[in-house]
Ligand binder design. Structure first.
Ligand code: GLA
Length: 380
């Protein structure tokens, strides 16, 4: 996050409220591998990135709160005791966080908040988790709520479930909060235990290609996928699909439609891929790691069916290039970005080629973001 943006948010706050704010940075996340496994209590390998939300927050001098999104130039005033979901997107994340803090029996005074950032919305980089974490963290620091980081991510996730209506897993909030520079988090979503896995791709780098198709429409499909998995787990009499083996699932195959069966198999295979990916990184075997990314994409495309033509097109382009070791769609799906592991000195020419081909095929602009793995939510 560049200093200029931090300065803009801080100054905006100073001008509006004339008090010194507490400054927080909360990053977006990528996920190296392990997609749609978090709510199945399996494995994932996410990481915080160097793009995110900058927030300025301070106790209000008045009796109500004011929230300002600088990039959108939007302002809301609200009363802490009258929080109801609104049709506007971003305010619900803030309301949700406050509501969950209230549910914990914590009383907070009115506050003012200004935020901005460089996460493209709808790109699957978890701008929502970054926003939730930024506010939870900021309020915790400001008012000494005594919340642990683990409690904070549960507040952020519950805000999304209860105020926004997306039944997301815990991966995004976890990665945004606990990320560390140059490390990915090998996350066990069942125990919420995690291990920092060093990520030093040497002459390679991570590159995101954004289809610029906002994935908003995906919310319903996301909740539907979750429903399929929950029902299947119930039928097997287990708490989550990740407790099952492929053999156990195979035996019950005729209980499911072909489509649902493939989704269940995907989840189990994706869990295994995460374990293999961690092993590959430990050996610094980037080729093996890259192959797992391609395999993950194939599963998301054909089995779990959360990809789209644009994402598939970009992954096919990556496959055709010798300089890309692996690529896949990332996040919930139906739009957003692909993640590419690409040879450093070839990234620019690949971006140019992809941009041209993408535009020629879809008449739509492509955006590219090189990313590095960074530290999680913190005070600035
Ligand atoms: C979204 C959700 C996450 C996770 C991913 C898919 O980003 O917020 O919890 O389920 O989709 O892996």
């Amino acid at each position: 996050m560049d200093q200029r943006r931090i300065g803009i948010v801080r100054n905006y706050f100073l001008e509006q409220f004339r008090t010194t704010p507490l400054m927080v940075f909360s990053p977006g996340r990528i996920n190296l591998i392990g997609e749609h496994t978090d709510y199945n209590l399996g494995y994932a390998l996410p990481a915080a990135i160097d793009m995110g939300i900058v927030m300025a927050v301070q106790q209000s001098k008045g009796t109500s709160c004011t929230a300002i999104a600088v990039d959108k130039d939007e302002k809301f005033s609200f009363d802490l005791n009258q929080l109801k979901p609104l049709s506007n997107g971003w305010i619900n994340y803030l309301f949700g966080v406050v509501d969950e803090i209230h549910k914990k029996g914590k009383i907070i005074p009115p506050f003012d908040v200004v935020f901005g950032g460089d996460l493209p919305p709808g790109a699957g980089l978890s701008s929502s988790a970054a926003l939730e974490n930024a506010l939870t963290f900021g309020l915790n620091e400001l008012f000494g709520l005594g919340l642990s980081k683990m409690e904070m991510i549960h507040i952020s996730q519950a805000a999304e479930h209860n105020f926004v209506g997306v039944q997301c897993g815990i991966m995004d909030q976890f990665a945004s909060m606990f990320g560390q520079k140059d490390h990915a988090l090998f996350l066990d979503c069942n125990t919420l235990g995690s291990e920092q896995i060093p990520f030093h791709p040497k002459e390679y780098q991570l590159l995101l290609l954004n289809t610029n198709i906002p994935h908003q429409l995906a919310d319903t499909a996301y909740n539907e996928r979750r429903e399929v998995c929950n029902k299947a787990a119930k039928l097997f009499g287990v708490g989550s699909l990740s407790e099952l083996s492929l053999q156990q699932v195979e035996v019950q195959r005729d209980q499911f439609t072909r489509d649902d069966y493939q989704k269940i198999v995907f989840v189990l295979e994706e869990n295994t891929r995460v374990i293999s990916a961690v092993a590959a990184l430990r050996k610094n075997d980037l080729r093996a790691f890259g192959e797992l990314l391609y395999a993950s994409h194939a599963g998301l495309q054909f089995q779990y069916k959360v990809s789209c033509t644009e994402l598939d097109f970009l992954v096919d382009l990556a496959k055709a290039s010798e300089d890309v070791l692996g690529a896949r769609m990332m996040g919930g799906g139906f739009g957003g970005c692909t993640l590419n592991l690409i040879r450093k000195n070839t990234a620019d020419s690949f971006i140019q080629l992809a941009t041209e081909k993408y535009h020629a095929r879809f008449n739509r602009a492509l955006s590219a973001y090189p990313v590095v793995l960074s530290e999680g939510t913190r005070q600035l």
